[in-house]
Design a protein around this ligand. Structure first.
Ligand SMILES: O=P(O)(O)OC[C@H]1O[C@H](OP(=O)(O)OP(=O)(O)O)[C@H](O)[C@@H]1O
Ligand SMILES: O=c1cc[nH]c(=O)[nH]1
Length: 178
């Protein structure tokens, strides 16, 4: 994979978090009953950043959970023989909550579909919304994001790499090509 271009630096990523935090608040008329659930791995630090920003704007922090969707991917058989659901941490009742799912990249939509399955096994939320840092197109399922950090038109040969300080030591979004 050759690095082609940096499409978001730390400042751009921060601005996207700030804007989408405002959009989440505006759309839900505040944060009462709203929870953020990050999809592992990089959706989790992004959910924490949104929660911090929302708290700084609203004076109230939303509850945060983490979802590991390994068991629910529809390409599971190609990933591992004995997969384990090892990282789901949702310490609150999701019934009747508005859940904002958070992930770094939206591509085919299969990860989000799996996340919806995983969540609906845990209860009956009032609504589920989707925040994505980078929407690169090429959907294979009828899924769209409610809040988008940046739309990046891509070819299928390209790859979007999201780096976050908490996991990768820096904040950046890079487009790579074969
Ligand atoms: O819309 P999709 O086609 O499902 O692609 C999007 C997913 O792909 C990436 O995860 P990946 O499975 O590559 O693992 P990673 O999180 O370890 O990078 C990314 O973090 C999204 O969760
Ligand atoms: O380009 C892509 C596609 C799926 N997941 C990623 O992280 N990047």
């Amino acid at each position: 994979m050759k690095k082609k271009a940096i499409i978001m630096d730390q400042q751009a990523l921060n601005r996207a978090i700030t804007r989408t935090s405002h959009e989440i608040l505006e759309n839900n008329k505040g944060i009462d009953g709203v929870t953020l659930i990050g999809i592992r791995r990089r959706g989790v630090p992004l959910a924490h950043r949104l929660a911090e920003k929302i708290e700084s704007i609203e004076g109230q922090a939303p509850l945060i959970g983490e979802l590991d969707i390994t068991l629910y991917r529809d390409d599971l058989s190609t990933i591992a023989k004995l997969p384990v659901l090892n990282g789901t941490k949702i310490d609150f009742d999701i019934n009747d909550k508005t859940i904002v799912l958070v992930d770094d990249v939206l591509y085919t939509g299969r990860t989000v579909r799996a996340a919806l399955d995983a969540l609906l096994d845990l209860g009956r939320p009032k609504a589920i919304q989707l925040m994505i840092l980078v929407d690169r197109g090429h959907r294979e399922l009828p899924i769209r994001a409610d809040y988008v950090g940046k739309n990046v038109p891509t070819s299928k040969k390209e790859i979007i790499e999201v780096h976050v300080t908490e996991i990768d030591g820096e904040d950046s979004v890079i487009i790579c090509e074969e």
